[in-house]
Ligand binder design. Structure first.
Ligand SMILES: [Zn+2]
Length: 355
């Protein structure tokens, strides 16, 4: 089989469910926005700033990794800045061949210069809409849904859940919680999850990234998560190819795993792409999806993640289509809209690519 090139993968339609808005800025945009508000950055130009982000994120030090977000979040504190970052996010994803994306961010982190939660969401949703419109005009149609994240160490999850529901017909398609797992179990936010369930709303939970099975179990069985953000530690419940009770449940119920290969390697959760449990989880037919997490910090893109997997596991168009359809089936937009993308966009394109 001829190896698939990175360029070929860019041409293929892709679906992305786990991407952080504050982890995907263009380095040049970080520079310009910082300059406009007088925020000090560690590097003076776009190229050195780009490598600073990757180096800090690769350092193995959580402190340095988190410092990267201090800078991106600092420059996303006005409506104009949020709109610009969201618009460019949609354009960049579309240019990489992503046809459907759910991009998440935590509104509570963007209030430092006086914006209200509603104003933050308005700016981001409008930015995505403009980015989608401009991309379509360039012949690269993309649909972007917004996920609102609450920080698991904070106490605003109920408020953010209500905000998400308030914007459900205006571009917000789901809810998420993120932040350090250890010491902050998802059950701390049970009220928010129960509220979302009563509202028939969708949510995912960052669980099982570095922290193990109890976090995954709580996310599913206590909180009722539709999907698992990462969920990679589900492999701790698999011995050889024998599944335990929890991993069986996750596979039987087709609970989607939002796997982020490069991000896991960077944070040390997994030693290398080739050793990433995505290989085993794919072979065991879990509902596996491939994601970017933080494109700027990981110096990556959706196409690059898929390309790295083809290199590490010898996968081809069959597997890439499977990941893409899995993601589309697991998206938070209505079923008929997911089906249209699968049957009219994704499957015809892969049928051609596989010829
Ligand atoms: Zn994440």
């Amino acid at each position: 089989m001829v190896a698939i090139s990175h360029e070929d993968i860019i041409k293929a339609p892709k679906a992305l469910l786990h991407d952080h808005l504050d982890g995907g800025l263009r380095p040049s945009t970080v520079l310009e926005l910082a300059d406009a508000i007088g925020h000090d950055l560690p590097e003076p130009d776009a190229a050195s700033l780009e490598s600073w982000f990757a180096t800090a994120a690769n350092s193995g030090s959580l402190e340095r990794y988190l410092e990267t977000f201090v800078h991106t979040v600092a420059v996303m504190q006005t409506a104009d800045a949020l709109h610009r970052v969201a618009r460019e996010c949609a354009l960049d994803l579309a240019a990489d061949g992503v046809v459907y994306a759910e991009v998440r961010f935590a509104p509570e982190q963007h209030l430092e210069r006086g914006l209200t939660l509603d104003a933050v969401v308005d700016a981001v949703v409008a930015g995505f809409a403009d980015g989608c419109r401009d991309s379509a005009a360039r012949g690269r149609p993309i649909r972007v849904g917004t996920l609102l994240t609450a920080m698991r160490h904070a106490a605003r999850s109920q408020e953010i859940a209500e905000l998400a529901v308030r914007y459900r017909d205006l571009g917000v398609v789901g809810f998420d919680i993120a932040g350090a797992e250890a010491g902050f179990p998802p059950t701390r936010h049970l009220d928010a999850f129960e509220y979302l369930q009563r509202e028939n709303f969708h949510f995912t939970i960052h669980a099982g990234e570095a922290f193990g099975l109890p976090s995954i179990w709580q996310a599913i069985q206590w909180c009722g998560a539709d999907r698992l953000g990462h969920g990679v530690r589900i492999v701790d419940d698999i011995v050889g190819t024998k599944l335990g009770r929890l991993s069986s449940y996750v596979r039987d119920k087709r609970i989607p795993l939002e796997l982020c290969p490069s991000s896991n390697v960077q944070t040390g959760a997994v030693p290398s792409i080739a050793e990433h449990p995505i290989g085993l989880l794919h072979d065991l037919r879990f509902r596996v999806t491939v994601n970017t997490d933080n494109r700027l910090m990981s110096g990556t893109s959706m196409s690059r993640e898929m390309w790295l997997l083809t290199q590490a596991f010898g996968w081809g168009w069959t597997e890439l289509q499977w990941f893409t359809v899995n993601a589309m089936k697991s998206a938070f937009i209505p079923y008929d809209e997911r089906l249209t993308l699968i049957t009219e966009v994704i499957k015809p394109a892969y049928a051609k690519l596989g010829e």
